[in-house]
Design a binder for this molecule. Structure first.
Ligand SMILES: [Fe+2]
Length: 279
């Protein structure tokens, strides 16, 4: 039987990818950011997951406003990096896990979640930046990845409650897969995050810290936050935090928090990061 052993969440700010790709990680601005992931890199190298489910959002790279799936799962064998305007990131092609992805698609759809099945897709910084933060710059990514894409770009996004419930459905799906796989789930995006307008650069540490506290101890409380509250408290892109609730819903009700990191600023956002283990 497959099982979910741990979850992690982190911001996926594109400038992080550019810093890595352009050899700027040692610069004073970036040093503390990458220092904050040294533990995490060791942690995942020791964990050696067989597969990762990475919950992220596409930023008009694979999809556009022509087609906006609320939840989409990548069932392909491989997902090339997308060209986001400066050419594709020079990172390895993301290898998929088609068999488990199809099983999750079947299980969650029969469990009444309307997943869009995607058999061909490029992946942008939303997915590749978290992999870079956790795995560095390897020649090949150390584990296959199932991309799980969520619409948080075009209103209306799914609610936090719906996302948490989807996490539960993913847990049931993984646990009904008949091969011995140890699975880790990534939630990405956020935290304090407003890229434009008069409130650009909004940072709300109080909200971010409270979110991290509740994510570990009382995620159900977070499922009551409305899209409007995310907008007000966390900025126009703060809604990305609902993707952390998919990760959390996929874990056991009680988890152990093994690491946390919060840093300001990255671009004009806060960078949040947490690691939770099923015990
Ligand atoms: Fe994003």
């Amino acid at each position: 039987m497959a099982r979910i052993v741990a979850g992690t969440a982190m911001s996926h700010v594109p400038a992080i990818g550019a810093a890595i790709d352009n050899g700027k990680t040692g610069e004073p601005y970036w040093q503390p950011v990458f220092k904050g992931f040294e533990f995490s890199k060791r942690w995942i190298a020791e964990l050696k997951p067989d597969v990762a489910i990475v919950v992220y959002n596409d930023h008009a790279s694979a999809f556009s406003l022509e087609i906006i799936p609320t939840f989409a799962i990548g069932c392909a064998d491989a997902f090339p990096p997308a060209d986001e305007g400066w050419g594709p990131r020079r990172v390895p092609v993301v290898k998929g896990h088609s068999e488990l992805a199809w099983h999750i698609a079947q299980s969650t759809i029969l469990d009444e979640f309307d997943m869009t099945i995607v058999n061909k897709m490029e992946v942008d910084h939303g997915l590749t930046v978290p992999l870079s933060l956790m795995c560095g710059t390897p020649a090949e990514w150390p584990f296959p990845v199932i991309p799980l894409c969520v619409n948080v770009v075009q209103y209306p996004p799914p609610t936090g409650h719906r996302c948490h419930m989807l996490g539960h459905a993913i847990r049931r799906a993984v646990e009904s897969f008949d091969k011995d796989l140890r699975v880790v789930v990534f939630g990405t995006g956020g935290m304090s995050h407003q890229l434009q307008g008069p409130r650009a650069g909004l940072i709300n540490k109080e909200f971010d810290y409270a979110f991290l506290d509740s994510l570990t101890r009382d995620p159900v409380a977070l499922t009551k936050i409305t899209p409007l509250e995310y907008l007000r408290e966390s900025g126009s892109e703060g809604i990305e935090l609902v993707m952390w609730l998919i990760m959390r819903g996929a874990l056991n009700d009680r988890v152990e928090e093994v690491y946390r990191f919060h840093h300001v600023p990255v671009s004009n956002c806060a960078l949040g990061h947490i690691i939770l283990e099923n015990r």
